[in-house]
Design a protein around this ligand. Structure first.
Ligand SMILES: Nc1ncnc2c1ncn2[C@@H]1O[C@H](COP(=O)(O)OP(=O)(O)OP(=O)(O)O)[C@@H](O)[C@H]1O
Ligand SMILES: [Mg+2]
Length: 451
C-alpha cells in the first residue's frame, strides 16, 4: 500500500491531509478501513494539502463518531477496496470505468428495473449515447426493452460502431464493435416516413372507459358523462369500436356532445387503431429491444400513442402477460411535463409506472435535457441518477434537489463535466462517483446523419 500523506485536520465527515505523493482531484484514499475521496487540492507555502470526503467502510454501518487522529496515515485506495466499499459487483450493466481507473462500473439490472433511473444533461452532452450503452447491456442480458424514441435514433443499435477514434479506445474498456440486428425491432405508426419499421397499430376492439378518458383527457365532467352513457350502450355489442362510441355520442340529446364529436372523429382519423393491431407480446419479448420510432408523428398523436402503449404495458405486466421490462422515455419533459408546463396525455401513466412500476417489474429510464421541466413526482422516484454536463441554473437546481449526495459544490462540477464523463449517484452507491462512459459497441444514432 502506498502512503500518500498524513492527516492535518479532521471532522467526522471529511479530513485534510498533507500530500507527500502526487495526488489528483477525485482520487480515492484510505485511512484504516475507511474510504474517502479527494475533492479539492490546495497549494500552500508549506506544502500541498488535499481535502477528502469520507465515503464509508465495507461494513456500510460505518458512521464516524469521532474524527481521525492528527497524523493518521493516508493510503492510496486499492481498486478491490474501492469496489467493495462502493458495492460494485462483478456483473451487471457495464456502463464504463471509474474515472482515472480500471474499475469497471456494473449497475444492478434489478435495481435499475425496480427502482428506476434517470439520465439528465443538457443537449449534446451524451445522454442518448449513454442510454445506448445501457441498452446494449440489457440486450445481452435478454431483458426486454422498449424505447420511446422521438427521433428514430436508436435503430442504429443494429449496426456496429466502426468509428476509428472510438475503436481505438474500446480496448481499454474491454469491448468490441458489435451490432444487434437480430434483437432490435422497430415499430412506427407512420411507416411512410420510417420505411424499415413494422407498422404499429393499437387495439381498438372493446376499449375500456379508462382508455376513452386517456384518449380525451380534456373532456369536461358533462362530456365524461355523455361518454360513459355512450360507452355503456356500445358495450351491449360483443365487439365495439370507436365508431360505435361516436354513433352513440351523436345520438345523445345534450348539446355538450358537439364538442366531443369532432374530438372523437379526429382520433378516428389518426389511424392509430386497427383490427390488425400489433400484439404487445410482439413488442415485449425476451431478448428483444423494441424501438417505438415516433419520427414524423405529430406531438399530439405521439402523446396519445405513448399513453395507450404504456398503459397496455403496465396492465399486461400486472396480469403477468409479458416479462419484466425496461421502458426508456427519451425527451421525458415532453411526455411527463412538470405540472403547469402543459398537459400531457402520457403524464398520468408515466407517473403511475414511476410510483408503482417496481411492484410489477416495469422499470423506467427517464431521459431529459430539461430536468426542471420533468414532473418532480417522476424524477423523485428515480433511484439511480446519471448526470452529464448541465449548465442551465434551473436544471442544475432540479438535479441537485432530486439527487441525494449532491450539493452546491457538485453543481459546479456538473457544469464542467467533459463529454463522456458522468456523475452516477444513488443506489447502490454510498456516494456519487465519476464514471468514464464506455464507448458504444453499436453505432450512435446521433451520428447516422453523418454517414
Ligand atoms: N461517452 C462518449 N464517448 C464518446 N463520444 C460521446 C460520448 N458521449 C457523447 N459523445 C458524443 O457526443 C455527441 C452528443 O451525444 P448525444 O447524442 O448522446 O447527446 P444528447 O445528450 O442525447 O443530446 P440531445 O439532448 O440533443 O439529444 C455524440 O454524437 C457523440 O459523438
Ligand atoms: Mg439525445
Amino acid at each position: 500500500m502506498e502512503e500518500v500523506g498524513k492527516i492535518t485536520e479532521s471532522t467526522t465527515s471529511s479530513f485534510i491531509f498533507r500530500a507527500e505523493k502526487e495526488i489528483r482531484k477525485h482520487d480515492y484514499v484510505k485511512v484504516g478501513e475507511v474510504l474517502a475521496q479527494v475533492w479539492e487540492i490546495k497549494q500552500q507555502s508549506n506544502g500541498v494539502f488535499a481535502y477528502a470526503h469520507i465515503i464509508g467502510s465495507e461494513s456500510k454501518r460505518y458512521m464516524a463518531r469521532s474524527p481521525f487522529k492528527i497524523g493518521s496515515e493516508v493510503y492510496r485506495a486499492e481498486e478491490h477496496f474501492i469496489k467493495r466499499v462502493l458495492g460494485i459487483g462483478r456483473e451487471g450493466i457495464y456502463i464504463g470505468l471509474l474515472k482515472d481507473s480500471e474499475v469497471k462500473i456494473n449497475l444492478s439490472p434489478d435495481i435499475l428495473i425496480q427502482k428506476h433511473a434517470c439520465i439528465l444533461a443538457k443537449s449534446g452532452s451524451g445522454k442518448s449515447y449513454t442510454v445506448g450503452v445501457m441498452i446494449e447491456e440489457f440486450i445481452k442480458k435478454d431483458i426486454p426493452v422498449v424505447i420511446i424514441d422521438p427521433h428514430g435514433e436508436y435503430i442504429s443499435l443494429r449496426r456496429p460502431n466502426l468509428d476509428k477514434q472510438e475503436m481505438y479506445i474500446m480496448k481499454r474498456f474491454g469491448i468490441r464493435p458489435r451490432g444487434y440486428t437480430k434483437n432490435v425491432y422497430e415499430f412506427s405508426p407512420v411507416c411512410s416516413k420510417n420505411r424499415t419499421a413494422i407498422p404499429l397499430y393499437l387495439e381498438e376492439t372493446n376499449l375500456s372507459f379508462q382508455d376513452l378518458l386517456n384518449l380525451l383527457p380534456n373532456a369536461t365532467t358533462v362530456q365524461k358523462g355523455i361518454l360513459y352513457e355512450a360507452y355503456k350502450k356500445a358495450r351491449e355489442k360483443k365487439f365495439y369500436f370507436l365508431k360505435d362510441i361516436l354513433e352513440e355520442v351523436k345520438k345523445t340529446k345534450s348539446n355538450a356532445k358537439w364538442n366531443l364529436v369532432p374530438q372523437i372523429e379526429q382520433i378516428i382519423s389518426m389511424n392509430l387503431f386497427s383490427i390488425n393491431y400489433t400484439s404487445i407480446n410482439e413488442i415485449i419479448k425476451k431478448g428483444r429491444c423494441s424501438i417505438i420510432n415516433l419520427r414524423g408523428v405529430p406531438p399530439y398523436i405521439q402523446e396519445i400513442l405513448v399513453s395507450l402503449l404504456l398503459t397496455k404495458v403496465f396492465e399486461e405486466r400486472k396480469n403477468d402477460g409479458i416479462p419484466p421490462v425496461l421502458v426508456v422515455v427519451e425527451e421525458a419533459h415532453r411526455y411527463a411535463p412538470e405540472r403547469g408546463q402543459g398537459k400531457s396525455f402520457a403524464g398520468e401513466i408515466i407517473r403511475t409506472i414511476a410510483s408503482e412500476g417496481r411492484k410489477f417489474g416495469v422499470g423506467l429510464v427517464i431521459v431529459s435535457q430539461r430536468p426542471a421541466r420533468v414532473d418532480k413526482n417522476v424524477l423523485s422516484q428515480c433511484n439511480t441518477h446519471i448526470i452529464l454536463k448541465t449548465t442551465n441554473p434551473n436544471d442544475l437546481k432540479a438535479i441537485v434537489a432530486s439527487v441525494e449526495g449532491l450539493d452546491a459544490k457538485s453543481a459546479g462540477e456538473i457544469q464542467m463535466l467533459p463529454v463522456g464523463i458522468a456523475i452516477v449517484a444513488g443506489l447502490p452507491l454510498p456516494a456519487p462517483i465519476f464514471v468514464e462512459i464506455r464507448p458504444r459497441e453499436t453505432l450512435h444514432g446521433g451520428k447516422l446523419s453523418e454517414i
